[in-house]
Design a protein. Structure first.
Ligand SMILES: C[S@@+](CC[C@H](N)C(=O)[O-])C[C@H]1O[C@@H](n2cnc3c(N)ncnc32)[C@H](O)[C@@H]1O
Length: 273
């Protein structure tokens, strides 16, 4: 069974063999890697939108070592807390699926059935997510045009990805829960100190969104010790500082063998009214 809808005519998609097909015969192949591309060419702003392969691989290598395991655990606990059996979960901007898979694992441990879907605009990211979690359904798509029916989702996750709040509201059921993960003020503080003379704290994003009620604010904070030059390089490459920090400071950081750094996250829990 598929939980995606056709990006052309919005009819339900069914899985037939190696394709997703709607009743109007729009057909989308399931790639050898296990995902489907539901991003129409006219919704693409570039040939390969989203995170590129280098960034995706760096994130995959770093996250797979468990450095951000405390955030994965927190998200799993929250999904358990806010779900009944047969829950529909959608991870928007799921990247390479580290948190998506962690949530699925937690719900399985709790004996809950979960239909897990993930979308990301980056093909390279979705390919890895589909490999990490073969029981999930993954599509290349934009958070701003979700190939997902109205009022079908019980829990929507957004970790460090673009916030498409109106579209999230459309696809969520009444009383469904939205977990919005953002970096806390001092996230990666020591890394920023290594890169900038005057680093700035991340602004707090606690906001009200129309049609949602903020019901909880949960912290997931840990100081992590990185004792590998490769891991420091991967962490750096998965941040936006790759594009906007002084080159000389980058060169020094990228030679470091050790780094102690804050991995501080905030999860805002919203309920759809
Ligand atoms: C910082 S990464 C976070 C990935 C994952 N959620 C995680 O925490 O590991 C941001 C992700 O958002 C994706 N992205 C960017 N614009 C997007 C859009 N309009 N729709 C869906 N995903 C998007 C990128 O390709 C990237 O994988």
């Amino acid at each position: 069974m598929s939980y995606f809808i056709c990006p052309i005519c919005s009819q339900p998609l069914q899985i037939k063999g190696k394709s997703y097909i709607c009743k109007n015969n729009h057909s989308f192949d399931i790639s050898a890697k296990g995902y489907v591309n539901l991003l129409p060419a006219n919704k693409k702003r570039s040939a390969n939108p989203g995170d590129d392969k280098g960034m995706v691989m760096a994130r995959n290598n770093f996250l797979s070592l468990g450095y951000y395991g405390h955030l994965k655990d927190r998200l799993g606990q929250l999904c358990d807390k806010y779900s009944e059996n047969n829950v529909n979960i959608l991870d928007c901007g799921c990247g390479e699926g580290y948190y998506t898979a962690g949530i699925c694992e937690k719900l399985e441990q709790q004996g809950k059935m979960a239909n897990i879907q993930g979308i990301d605009i980056s093909k390279d990211a979705v390919a890895l997510a589909a490999r990490r979690l073969p029981e999930g359904q993954f599509a290349v798509a934009s958070s701003f045009h979700l190939p997902v029916p109205d009022k079908s989702i019980d829990i929507l996750i957004n970790c460090f990805s673009p916030l498409a709040i109106k579209e999230f509201h459309r696809v969520m059921k009444k009383n469904a829960v939205f977990l919005y993960v953002v970096p806390a003020p001092k996230h990666l503080w020591q890394l920023k100190q290594a890169l900038y003379e005057t680093p700035y704290e991340n602004p707090l994003k606690e906001e009200e969104y129309e049609g949602f009620e903020l019901i909880d604010t949960v912290k997931a904070e840990k100081e992590i010790f990185i004792e590998s030059n490769e891991d420091i390089n991967n962490l750096f490459k998965m941040t936006p500082y790759v594009y906007r920090s002084p080159k000389e400071a980058q060169e020094i950081l990228l030679k470091a063998e050790k780094l102690t750094v804050n991995a501080h996250f905030i999860i805002y829990v919203y309920r759809k009214k």
